[in-house]
Design a protein around this ligand. Sequence first.
Ligand SMILES: NC(=O)c1ccc[n+]([C@@H]2O[C@H](COP(=O)([O-])OP(=O)(O)OC[C@H]3O[C@@H](n4cnc5c(N)ncnc54)[C@H](OP(=O)(O)O)[C@@H]3O)[C@@H](O)[C@H]2O)c1
Length: 227
Amino acid sequence: MRTAVVTGGGTGIGRAIALALVDQGLAVTITGRRASVLAEVPGVRYAAFDATDPAAVAAALPDLPSEVDVLVNNAGGVISHDDTKTRWLANYESNVVSAVLVTEALTPRLAANGRVITLGSIAGRRGGGSYGAAKAAVEAWTADLAGELGPRGITANVVSPGLVVDTEFFGDSMTEQRLATLVGQTKNGRAGTPADVAALVAFLASEQAGHITGQVLAVNGGAHLGR
Ligand SMILES: NC(=O)c1ccc[n+]([C@@H]2O[C@H](COP(=O)([O-])OP(=O)(O)OC[C@H]3O[C@@H](n4cnc5c(N)ncnc54)[C@H](OP(=O)(O)O)[C@@H]3O)[C@@H](O)[C@H]2O)c1
């Protein structure tokens, strides 16, 4: 049975990805900091740890599969802080360092023809301050990763969502007006869902997607095109 690790798999997009991979017949392990949240997801194993902490990542290795066919670096999000340096470093840690640490730790365990899929964001190309800059860095890192892992038949890609609702991403910061603005930027007139993103990740994770690597694939309803 193929195996998958999905970071941040307890909520939102990561949860939908984990469930889509279970549907494809994979044995899925999800991760996140809150064990109580992870424990609520049906049909998966879980390991609770902070992906930005190298010691915590190392300590979690016994709880992760000994061979990994699919790694989805989904953990991340926007971290607000008034202090500029703190905010920039925190967003970099949450979105870039987390993915780098987990991927490096699992690289020896990646199966031949494995898949590494990392969540970017429309903000990585449109702005978005320290968060957008961190997601842009995810794209640059993935280009390197595709070259490093390619000889083993392993692909590395970024899936870059636009607005996705029904996640914890916006907390209580989303206003009706902002939602209407973001939906108005799409060409299909709707917000994205975790299932929209999970469908693409599931395809990239499949054995049929072996010649797609080093790519940034957007799931944003055409919002990147502007008006
Ligand atoms: N929603 C959107 O509109 C949108 C758009 C573009 C990109 N994205 C990206 O999509 C990904 C998933 O976001 P989402 O919308 O599903 O939001 P979410 O519900 O907040 O999911 C983020 C997940 O990551 C986990 N996480 C965060 N920091 C972590 C850390 N240091 N160590 C381990 N786990 C950590 C969280 O769990 P714990 O708090 O329990 O650790 C949570 O389950 C993120 O990378 C986000 O940047 C989202």
